[in-house]
Every structure is written in structure tokens, then in C-alpha cells.
Design a protein around this ligand. Structure first.
Ligand code: PEP
Ligand code: MG
Length: 325
């Protein structure tokens, strides 16, 4: 089976009835990119930059960040690279950055909130990302967006940084694409408004499930309540993808659910453009994609939407899987 998986690494990721999906990788370092490329990743849908910050005892300088982003962009040789700006807070802390004791760190000072509060840090990172954009197909993505104001504020800082680099005569892609993670229920509700502000969405199911169901994704005791196939989540996924489609922007998924084989028919029926996942999931998902028709998937969506519980929904997906095998 391993050989069979390896043999499909170079094939196009397309269903028997012609729907192509971009299968990309989630990475957090250049080393992880090598693993992803061996698995046939067609790009990077999520570069988690936190590790660049966590590996040190101080904030990484512009030059240090630039070197890493540039190396990843070059290695990708023109394939898309989505770099997510710093997403610390919640479960990810920096020893050298005291945020104080918070009662609810997942609802606290984190991610884009820190970036917009600490423009110095944000600008340093955006400068490095923009400079790397001269070496590949780089896009920038903001995490934990909850409002139109936040997106506009982030974009304004990006424009400021572009102007600075221009004055300094530094090369960058002036048309760099901006995107946001859709990982809060509020973002789902106003996805149509948000879609007017950006070039793409990437749905972060890890946090979306956590916030939709009010279930801490790290808490073992309630892990049985963490249900990515909850009907409420399905509705959120659907309305997000529909909002993106109606405004004509690209929509991908980068949470763990993207690499769950049970969910593939769902992504096909929703017609997402991209699935970004851990490298080890890419080939198994591709193998399934090569033999899953989208036409059947659409019938499936109607059945899924009639499910009242996560168990029923998983049952439908499992049954579908068996008809494919
Ligand atoms: C997510 O929330 O789904 C996601 C991809 O981001 P992270 O797991 O880094 O929070
Ligand atoms: Mg997240």
C-alpha cells in the first residue's frame, strides 16, 4: 500500500468526474516542507510562524524571519505559500513575552489582537513576509479574525509597510494576496462582509469547533464533546463556503478536519478549492479523492444536512465511504 501511495504522489489531485482540489500542507519549518514535498504537496496552505518565535529567547528579527520565509518560498518554486502572521496566545506561549495571567487565555490577548496592539512586532513580520514575496507566490493570512475592523486595520498596516519598503527600494510583490482564517463563529456569521475585504478564506476547523461548541480543544475531560461533525459545524462550513463563492474568492480549509478521510465527500459537495493538512494525511486523502465522484457527493450533502446528530452524520459519511471502497 505504501508503494501505491508513493506512486500517486506525482498525479493531479482530481476526482473521476473532473473536480480538482489543491492539496496543500500545513508546515511550521523549512524541514517540514521537505516532508510535505515528498508527500506530493502542491503548496503550503498554512505556514504556522509561531515556531520561529517559540524557538528563541527573544522576538526574531526581520532578517531572521526573512531568511526562513524566503527559503520556503524559493523551495516551493512558484507554488503557493500562505504565511500566517503570529498566532500566539491560548495554547502557545512565548517565555519572553509576558501577557499576564488571564482567566480565559483562549479568549484573551492573542493572535491578531497582539499584532494590532504591538504594531512594532507586526510590522517587522510583515516586512519579512513582503520581502520574501519577491521570491515566490507568497500570500499573507491573519488569524482569529472576528470583525471587518480588524481586517481593515491589518490591511492598513500592510499598506504602510509596503510604502516603507518602496521608499527603501526593497523588492516585494505589490499585489500580494491577503486572506483570513475563518475560525470564530462571528466570522462565519459575517463571512459575506469579510469576503469583500480579502482575496481568500481558510477555514480553521480546530478553533472553529472549539468556539462553536464551547469545548476547549486541549481539555481531555470533555474531548468527547469536541465534535467536528456536529450539525452546527456543518452549517457553519456551508455558509462560509457559500459566502466565499458568492463573492468569488478562493476558499480552503486548514484545520485537522481537512485531512480526515471521512470528511472528503463533504468538501467535494461544498466545492472547496483547497485542503491544507499535515503532510502524512496528503497521500491517503489523494488516494480517496482519485476515486470519489463529486456527483455522488452532492446527493450526500442533502443527506448530511438532514442529520440531527454528529453520530448520524458520521454514519452517513462512513456508509458513503464504503460505497467508494
Ligand atoms: C485551526 O484553528 O483550525 C488552525 C488551523 O490553526 P491552529 O491549529 O494553529 O490554531
Ligand atoms: Mg486556529
Amino acid at each position: 500500500h505504501r508503494d501505491r501511495l508513493r506512486s500517486i504522489a506525482g498525479l493531479r489531485a482530481v476526482t473521476p468526474d473532473g473536480k480538482e482540489i489543491e492539496l496543500a500542507a500545513n508546515i511550521s519549518s523549512l524541514k517540514e516542507l521537505e516532508v510535505a514535498l515528498r508527500a506530493g504537496a502542491m503548496g503550503v496552505g498554512l505556514f504556522r510562524t509561531e515556531f520561529l518565535y517559540m524557538d528563541r529567547n527573544r522576538f526574531p528579527e526581520e532578517e531572521e524571519q526573512f531568511e526562513v520565509y524566503k527559503a520556503v518560498a524559493e523551495r516551493l518554486n512558484g507554488s503557493p505559500l500562505i504565511i500566517r502572521t503570529l498566532d500566539i496566545g491560548g495554547d502557545k506561549q512565548l517565555d519572553y513575552f509576558e501577557v499576564g495571567n488571564e482567566e480565559n487565555p483562549f479568549l484573551g490577548y492573542r493572535a491578531i489582537r497582539i499584532s494590532l496592539d504591538r504594531k512594532d512586532l507586526f510590522k517587522t513580520q510583515l516586512r519579512a513576509i513582503l520581502r520574501a514575496s519577491a521570491f515566490g507566490s507568497v500570500k499573507v493570512m491573519y488569524p482569529l479574525i472576528s470583525s471587518v475592523e480588524e481586517v481593515r486595520a491589518a490591511k492598513a498596516v500592510l499598506e504602510e509597510v509596503k510604502a516603507e519598503l518602496k521608499r527603501e527600494g526593497k523588492a516585494f510583490d505589490g499585489g500580494i494576496e491577503n486572506g483570513i482564517m475563518i475560525e470564530l463563529p462571528a466570522a462565519v456569521s459575517i463571512a459575506d462582509f469579510l469576503a469583500e475585504e480579502v482575496d481568500f478564506f481558510s477555514i480553521g476547523t480546530n478553533d472553529l469547533v472549539q468556539f462553536a461548541l464551547a469545548v476547549d480543544r486541549m481539555n481531555e475531560r470533555i474531548s468527547h464533546l469536541y465534535q467536528p461533525f456536529h450539525p452546527a459545524v456543518l452549517r457553519m462550513l456551508r455558509s462560509t463556503v457559500e459566502a466565499a463563492k458568492s463573492k468569488g474568492i478562493h476558499v480552503g480549509v486548514c484545520g485537522e478536519l481537512a485531512g480526515d478521510p471521512r470528511a472528503l465527500p463533504l468538501w467535494l459537495s461544498l466545492d472547496v478549492d483547497e485542503l491544507s493538512m499535515s503532510s502524512h494525511a496528503i497521500l491517503p486523502i489523494k488516494e480517496r479523492l482519485l476515486c470519489t465522484t463529486r456527483r455522488d457527493s452532492r446527493e450526500l450533502l442533502n443527506r448530511l444536512e438532514a442529520c440531527r446528530t454528529a453520530q448520524e452524520l458520521i454514519g452517513e459519511l462512513e456508509a458513503y465511504k464504503q460505497t467508494v471502497d
